[in-house]
Design a protein around this ligand. Structure first.
Ligand SMILES: Nc1nc2c(ncn2[C@@H]2O[C@H](COP(=O)(O)OP(=O)(O)OP(=O)(O)O)[C@@H](O)[C@H]2O)c(=O)[nH]1
Ligand SMILES: [Mg+2]
Length: 387
């Protein structure tokens, strides 16, 4: 309001100045013109500032095409991020009945839709089995009853704690992380090459910082010089500190050691350790991951407090195989499912939960730091089913 009052006053300025100029005729028209131009320019600048303020903030979402949009819809960003899955899986689910009543034929079609979304055959079999039972018991008949059953079933699979409110605001990503009683909370991030580890670390760091906590990054991916460089670029962009060793092939466990010492010394709230991508078949690299973990534990016995496995949603069922192999070497506390925006087979979230029993804690919905959500089953199912 005060800003708008200033604008109204300033908009009168040229008139006032023009009036004054007219009274002192002798000073000539040039003074009046200059005053009018200066006043006008001031108004333009202030209007632009106000408009840019009104357009600021990131409480908007993305449209169905992924473009950033404004608005109060708390699901807008998630729906935008899931646009590929929504346009296929979601649309097929919504169109499944096409005016039919529930029948064996509809159930066979549903099975196809679930399989094509990468929900996985084991999970699909169980779901269809339960649906068939309810159908035989005459508990389900029409479309709305079946869709409600499906939503409940999927939500139940995804959310063991039934913690979430229906389509409420996205939960805070920082609240999703385990927290050490005394800082730092140490987060170790692992996964196969190129799954999105470093980008996901940047997203977590962005939210941790935004929540008012301090964060330190450890560049323990010393395998490629470019990897250290990539994390350094993020640290500069996000204005968070980094511990690194620029020498190619430096010992990643030594970097982790230096980083946790620095984090303790500087009383940093969160330390996030980046690691090189590796396949479970690369025995030496897998051993190295164990060594990084031991180095952290030596400094803080209950560290790492989170071991996040980053999976690339676009690799589908293969991601589940990767996860299974990793869990044999290192205790994974949660999955960061990156690139969910890049796949039409977003049902993979359900398969991961069902087949691995590890919670999907975060989902990646784009390449920017804000393109992350703490995973929430109710929101996910709601975004999928809503038209
Ligand atoms: N669309 C989309 N792209 C993503 C997402 N997360 C990461 N990426 C992109 O995936 C590519 C690989 O990401 P990185 O973060 O470098 O992956 P990484 O696992 O650290 O890779 P390595 O260190 O080489 O093993 C980059 O182009 C990222 O921008 C996401 O959620 N959505
Ligand atoms: Mg990386």
């Amino acid at each position: 309001m005060p800003m708008l009052d200033t604008i109204s006053l300033l908009s009168l300025l040229p008139l006032i100045l023009a009036q004054t100029g007219a009274e002192e005729e002798a000073s000539g028209p040039s003074t009046i013109e200059i005053a009018a131009i200066v006043g006008g320019a001031l108004i333009v600048v202030i209007v632009l500032i106000v408009l840019s303020r009104l357009g600021g903030g990131d409480d908007g979402g993305r449209s169905a095409t992924g473009a950033f949009v404004k608005g109060g819809d708390p699901l807008a960003r998630l729906r935008g991020g899931l646009h590929k899955t929504r346009n296929t899986f979601g649309a097929k689910l919504r169109a499944l009945f096409g005016g039919r009543r529930l029948s064996d034929e509809v159930m066979a079609d549903l099975e196809d839709v679930l399989i094509s979304a990468d929900i996985g055959s084991a999970t699909t079999d169980k779901l269809i089995g339960r649906l068939r039972e309810a159908y035989k018991a005459k508990k389900l008949e029409n479309e709305s009853e079946v869709l409600a059953f499906l939503k409940d079933d999927l939500r139940g699979k995804l959310d063991e704690s039934a913690r979430t409110a229906e389509a409420g605001a996205a939960p805070d990503p920082v609240a999703m992380l385990a927290k050490s009683q005394t800082p730092p909370t140490v987060i170790l991030v692992a996964g196969v090459n190129g799954t999105g580890k470093t980008t996901s670390i940047a997203k977590l760091a962005y939210h941790i910082k935004k929540a008012g906590h301090s964060v330190l990054l450890a560049a323990s991916d010393t395998f490629r010089a470019a990897a250290v460089e990539q994390l350094t670029v993020w640290s500069k962009r996000l204005e968070v500190d980094i511990v690194k060793n620029d020498a190619e092939g430096a010992d990643p466990a030594a970097v982790a050691h230096d980083a946790i010492e620095a984090a303790k010394g500087r009383k940093v709230d969160y330390l996030i350790v980046d690691t090189a991508g590796r396949l479970h078949t690369q025995a030496n690299l897998m051993k190295e991951l164990g060594k990084i973990k031991r180095v952290l534990q030596k400094q803080i016995p209950d560290a790492p407090h989170e071991v996040l496995l980053v999976l690339d949603a676009t690799t589908g069922q293969n991601g589940i195989v990767q996860a299974r192999e990793f869990t044999e070497v290192i205790d994974i506390t949660g999955i960061f499912l990156a690139k969910l925006d890049g796949t039409a087979r977003g049902g993979i979230v359900v398969a991961i939960r069902e087949e691995l029993g590890i919670p999907v804690k975060f989902i990646g919905l784009g390449e920017q730091p804000e393109d992350i959500e703490a995973f929430d089953a109710a929101r996910y199912v709601e975004a999928l089913f809503s038209p």
